[in-house]
Write a protein that binds this ligand. Structure first.
Ligand code: CO
Ligand code: ZN
Length: 322
């Protein structure tokens, strides 16, 4: 199953080699050219004579990096991307070589200070630990892929769900437009890959495809996005106010094609749209998002119906007259 393989592949920001390999396997049969750049973006190009469109989904995931190994073999670490410190205790993390560690803290009052946390890889001392991992090694959450009753639960649905959607659009699309499917690097540390990709692609239109929060669980801020409520058409987030033409076009297409949709204003966090829309002399940029519960945890949750709605809407956008 493609989405399972995508979510379970290793790829913290700046270490996207494994996930890049997996995605290129899926996109190569459907693309005219596939290439990578110096920042680690993977770009699949489907040529056409029409408008130049950039679709962006980041492929990196949040994680941790080892900063120090102490004499007892415990690892100190820093965050790669937006980890919630108070939710880290006793989480499992996995290194690219397969070793698993458990996060805990030396604090008794549980102040959730990351400086006091450590990763326990079961080593007896520094010497043994250094045979297993090195300073600078990165690890990601462990979070098994489960499909139940219309929802999917896994680590890294942010943003392998977006990567899955782009691959599905590429497989199905019939369009005269000139479309660049960009699987971007280093989004979680500040939209870094998308900045370079937007410059080199130089598109007329762009859509960022990523996850967004929902407002439908007992413990969350009010927000008009529900799990299972359809594709979320981005109005704004902390990095972008989307282009009105693109936003209106997406809504029209959703209505015309009976694709369930909802309007998204995400107050926490940005997306690749933020880096793309200010590239060069500006790019008409919108966003289509997957409503997702428990973002940046090992147990992110999306609805299969929403994934389908996003695929249909993005495909309709790429096939439309812009
Ligand atoms: Co994220
Ligand atoms: Zn994301």
């Amino acid at each position: 199953m493609m989405l399972e393989r995508l979510t379970q592949s290793f790829g913290p920001s700046g270490r996207e080699k494994e996930i890049t390999q997996v995605i290129s396997e899926y996109v190569t049969p459907f693309s005219d050219e596939v290439y990578t750049d110096a920042l680690g973006n993977l770009i699949a190009h489907k040529k056409g004579n029409g408008k130049k469109i950039m679709l962006a989904a980041h492929m990196d995931e949040i994680g941790v990096a080892v900063t120090y190994i102490d004499e007892k073999g415990f690892l100190r670490f820093s965050k790669i991307g937006g980890l919630y410190q108070r939710r880290l205790l006793n989480r499992r993390v996995r290194f690219s070589n397969g070793f698993t560690g458990v996060i805990d803290t030396e604090e008794n009052n549980k102040d959730y200070n990351i400086q006091k946390m450590y990763i326990d890889i079961g080593a007896t001392d520094r010497e043994q630990a250094e045979k297993m991992v090195s300073v600078g090694d990165m690890a990601v959450f462990e979070g098994e892929y489960k499909e139940e009753y219309g929802v999917i639960i896994s680590k890294a649905l942010d943003n392998r769900a977006g990567c899955y959607i782009l691959i599905k659009v590429l497989e199905q699309i019939k369009s005269e437009n000139d479309i660049y499917f960009c699987f971007t690097s280093q989004e979680e540390v500040g939209l870094r890959g998308a900045k370079a990709a937007a410059y080199s692609v130089n598109p007329e239109y762009a859509l960022a495809v990523d996850v967004t929060d929902t407002g439908d669980t007992p413990n969350c801020p009010k927000m008009a996005v529900n799990l299972g409520g359809g594709a979320a058409v981005k109005v704004m987030d902390r990095s972008v106010i989307t282009n009105p033409d693109v936003r209106i076009k997406l809504i029209e297409l959703a209505k015309k094609n009976n694709i369930p949709y909802q309007l998204e204003i995400m107050t926490d966090g940005g997306t690749d749209a933020g880096a793309i829309h200010t590239s060069r002399e500006g790019v008409k940029t919108g966003g289509v998002s997957v409503p997702t519960r428990y973002i940046h945890s090992p147990s992110e949750m999306v609805s299969k119906k929403d994934l389908e709605a996003c695929i249909k809407l993005i495909k309709a956008f790429c096939e439309s007259n812009l």
